[in-house]
Design a protein around this ligand. Structure first.
Ligand code: SF4
Length: 330
């Protein structure tokens, strides 16, 4: 009688032990607190909103504007998989329904957004935004270096900043252009400051990791069919870095003191948590304790790690909680 399986098992266990011992000897990467542009902007907009989203991890239902934003981002990402000559409006329109089906597969509650017949109207509205895209750019003349790319950097040796860039173009001379698609249904001026904050955030990450200040930060407003270019400079990004660090300190202090105050503004119209907000007569839930089962349950049930959280993006699409954690639905 032989015991091949047992012997193999012993070898496997022994090898596993060696691997674990080797891993134990390897120096561990330091773990830093992290901040994404969305969450940083949340805190700036309203500290209580930051708390609801990041600490309480309260789920938020998607709305059609966010879903449309996510869908259009997904289509624009895939469009560049096609050969340049095939990157036409007709091709992009043809990508809409399959992209929507993939999104619904990943996030089933999206299917409940629309009653019978409404889905077609919704998909057609995504096509109109794509028409807006083709009015301002010709994708057959572009070859993006990166799409939906996760970028991150440690600043001041104490804070990890990270996020997903819609598109990064690199010229033959090595100049970087960061491109962000805006599809928002909300008035543009309400989110303009957030959009620029987000782009400076990415510019800082790219500068710190690649040693190059992006030449252009580009916002593409698909609904308005407009391009907004912004050229950052190093001094500005140094100031921005200080601002981010100060913001992180404020978040840290608010967390230690459990003091996240509401800051009402016109952005409250897009807040899912008015019923819990003291500014609207509500009462926030008890502050989650470490190991709080309810908050952890929410995390497990669909929040940031799973990639299926229904939490609004910094402007107009769905995201996976802290967008540094997982790719957005788009
Ligand atoms: S309703 Fe307004 S003030 Fe209240 S949490 Fe939301 S954004 Fe903040």
């Amino acid at each position: 009688m032989s015991y091949p399986c047992h012997s193999l098992l012993c070898m496997a266990v022994a090898e596993l032990g060696e691997v674990e011992a080797l891993e134990a000897q390897e120096p561990r990467e330091p773990v830093y607190p992290s901040l994404s542009p969305s969450r940083a902007a949340d805190f700036k907009t309203c500290p209580l909103l930051y708390r609801f989203r990041t600490i309480d991890r309260l789920p938020e239902r998607p709305n059609p504007d966010q879903a449309r934003g996510t869908l259009v981002h997904a289509v624009l990402e895939r469009l560049f998989d096609l050969p340049p000559a095939e990157r036409t409006h007709a091709s992009a329109t043809g990508l809409v329904t399959p992209a929507w089906e993939r999104l619904v597969e990943g996030t089933p509650p999206l299917a409940e957004l629309f009653a019978e017949g409404e889905r077609e109207v919704f998909l057609a509205s995504a096509g109109e935004l794509l028409e807006g895209y083709f009015a301002v750019e010709d994708p057959s003349r572009l070859e993006p270096a990166e799409r939906e790319s996760l970028i991150s950097a440690v600043v001041d040796e104490r804070l990890l900043i990270r996020g997903y860039v819609d598109r990064l173009d690199v010229s033959p001379a090595g100049d970087l252009r960061v491109v962000d698609y805006k599809t928002g249904g909300a008035p543009r001026e309400a989110f303009e400051a957030r959009a620029l904050f987000q782009l400076k955030f990415y510019a800082l990450v790219l500068w710190r990791t690649r040693g190059v200040v992006p030449r252009v930060l580009r916002l593409l407003y698909l609904r308005d069919r407009e391009i907004c270019d912004y050229a950052p400079d190093p001094e500005e990004l140094v100031r921005f870095e200080r601002t981010l660090l100060a913001l992180w300190q404020a978040i840290d202090r608010a967390t230690a003191e459990r003091d996240f105050r509401p800051k009402p503004s016109r952005l409250c119209d897009w807040c899912s948590h008015q019923a819990l907000c003291p500014a609207y007569g509500g009462t926030p839930p008890p502050f989650p304790e470490p190991g709080d089962a309810a908050a952890e349950g929410r995390t497990r049930a669909g929040a940031s790690e799973s990639g299926t959280a229904l939490i609004p993006q910094e402007d107009d699409r769905l995201t996976a909680g802290d967008e540094g954690e997982a790719p957005r639905s788009g």
